[in-house]
Design a protein around this ligand. Structure first.
Ligand code: SAH
Ligand code: SF4
Length: 350
C-alpha cells in the first residue's frame, strides 16, 4: 500500500466510508504496525483483504549485533530485488539508514554497492516503507536505551539519492508531512550530483546535506569517485556552499579514510581549508574493507592524526565508529555477501 499515493488510499477501499482512508493512512505512516491485524479500528474483513498488500517487501534476513544496539534487515521486493536497511540506537536518538536504489550506477571503487552495479530505482513508497517498518518493529521491540521510534533518517544505504531525485523528494515529503519528522533530522548523502544539490536547496524542506568528498584534488577523486569527472571538486564545493547559504543548514563532508589514498596530514590541511570555506563539518569514516577491493583503512595512529589536524585547523570533525561491522552493516555489504558466500552473524568483514 506504500506504493499507492497516500492521499488517494480511498481508491483501495471500495465501499468503505470516507474516514477509512485517513485511518489507513495513519496506520501506514503515523503509527505503523507490523500486520494489518493490528489496525484495530478497521473492520476485520478489510484488514484481511489488505494483508497481502501491506508491505512492498518481505524480510529476507534480520541481523542484530551482540549488544543489540544495531539491527540490519535485508529486504526483498516481489521482483526479487534486495535492499538493506540499518537501524542504530543511541542515547536519545534512533537513526535509520535507508536505501534509495537497488545497487548504484556511480561505481565508487571502495563501495560494495558500487561494485555491484545498478539494478533499479526504488519508489518513494519503498523508501518510506523502510522507516515505517522500523517504527512498527520498534513499537514492540525497541533498541536498548534508545527512543522507541525513528528520530533520524539518513539516506546513506544503497544507492545515490540524487540520481533518483523525484522519488527521494516524494519520500522526504511523506516523512515530513505524514510520518511527522522534522526536515533537519533527515540527512541526504550524495556523491556530488551538482544539479541535484541545487534542486534540493530550492525545496521547502531544509534537510541536512552530506557530501561524500573523499579527496581534495580532482585526480585522486576521479580515480575513486568516477562521477567527479562530470562534477569536479570546485563545482561541488560551490554547490555545497550555496546549499548552506540558501537553507542555513551546515553541510557535512563525508570522508572515507583509505590507507595510502587520502590519509596524509597535508590532505587533512587542504580538507580543512575546503571545510572552512563551506562552513562545513567533517565526518571521518575509516574504510570498511569490501570483498572486491584491496583497499584498507589506515592504522589507528594515522586516523587519529588526520582528525587532529582537522581540529587544530578549527574544523568540527567527528570520527565515526563503524557500527555493526560484524553484521556487514557498511553500505551494501550484506547483500554482496549473500550472493558470494554463506552468511555469518559475527564473522570478520572481508
Ligand atoms: N550514494 C551516497 C549515499 C550512500 S553511500 C553517497 O555516496 O554519499 C553512504 C556513505 O558511505 C558515503 O559517504 C560513502 O562514501 C560511504 N561508504 C561507501 N562504502 C564505504 C566503505 N566500504 N567504507 C566506509 N564508507 C563507505
Ligand atoms: Fe553509489 Fe554512494 Fe556507493 Fe558511490 S559510495 S557507489 S555513490 S552508494
Amino acid at each position: 500500500m506504500y506504493l499507492h499515493p497516500p492521499e488517494r488510499l480511498d481508491e483501495l477501499l471500495d465501499d468503505e466510508p470516507p474516514y477509512r482512508a485517513r485511518q489507513l493512512r495513519d496506520w501506514l505512516y503515523r503509527t505503523p504496525v507490523r500486520t494489518t491485524d493490528e489496525m484495530t479500528n478497521l473492520p476485520a474483513p478489510l484488514r484481511a483483504r489488505l494483508a497481502d498488500r501491506h508491505w512492498p517487501f518481505s524480510v529476507d534476513t534480520e541481523l542484530v549485533t551482540p549488544e543489540g544496539d544495531t539491527r540490519k534487515w535485508l529486504l526483498r521486493a516481489p521482483d526479487g530485488a534486495t535492499i538493506e536497511t540499518v537501524l542504530m540506537g543511541y542515547r536519545g536518538r534512533t537513526t535509520i539508514c535507508v536505501s534509495t536504489q537497488v545497487g548504484c550506477a556511480m561505481g565508487c571503487t571502495f563501495c560494495a554497492t558500487g561494485q555491484f552495479g545498478f539494478e533499479r530505482h526504488l519508489a518513494a513508497g519503498e523508501i518510506v516503507a523502510q522507516v515505517a517498518w522500523a517504527n512498527a518493529v520498534l513499537g514492540a521491540d525497541p533498541l536498548p536505551g534508545a527512543p522507541p521510534r525513528v528520530t533520524n533518517v539518513v539516506f546513506m544505504g544503497m544507492g545515490e539519492p540524487l540520481a533518483n531525485y523525484d522519488e527521494v523528494r516524494e519520500a522526504i515529503r511523506r516523512l515530513v508531512e505524514l510520518v511527522g519528522m522534522s526536515a533537519r533530522s533527515i540527512t541526504v548523502s550524495t556523491v556530488g550530483i551538482v544539479p541535484g544539490i541545487r534542486q534540493l536547496a530550492a525545496e521547502p524542506w531544509p534537510v541536512t546535506l552530506a557530501i561524500s568528498l573523499h579527496a581534495v584534488d580532482d585526480e585522486t577523486r576521479s580515480e575513486i569517485v568516477p562521477i567527479n569527472r562530470r562534477y569536479p571538486i570546485d563545482d561541488l564545493v560551490a554547490a555545497g556552499r550555496e546549499y548552506f547559504d540558501r537553507t542555513g543548514r551546515r553541510v557535512s563532508l563525508e570522508w572515507t579514510l583509505i590507507a595510502g589514498t587520502n590519509d596524509t596530514p597535508e590532505t587533512a590541511r587542504r580538507l580543512a581549508g575546503i571545510a572552512r570555506r563551506m562552513r562545513a563539518h567533517v565526518n571521518v569514516i575509516p574504510l570498511n574493507p569490501t570483498p572486491r577491493s584491496s583497499s584498507r583503512p589506515p592504522d589507528r595512529a594515522t586516523i587519529d592524526r588526520f582528525v587532529a589536524v582537522l581540529r587544530r585547523a578549527g574544523v568540527r570533525a567527528t570520527l565515526r565508529a563503524t557500527r555493526g561491522r560484524g553484521i556487514e552493516a557498511a553500505c551494501g555489504q550484506l547483500r554482496v555477501r549473500r550472493s558470494e558466500e554463506p552468511l555469518t552473524l559475527d564473522g570478520p568483514v572481508a
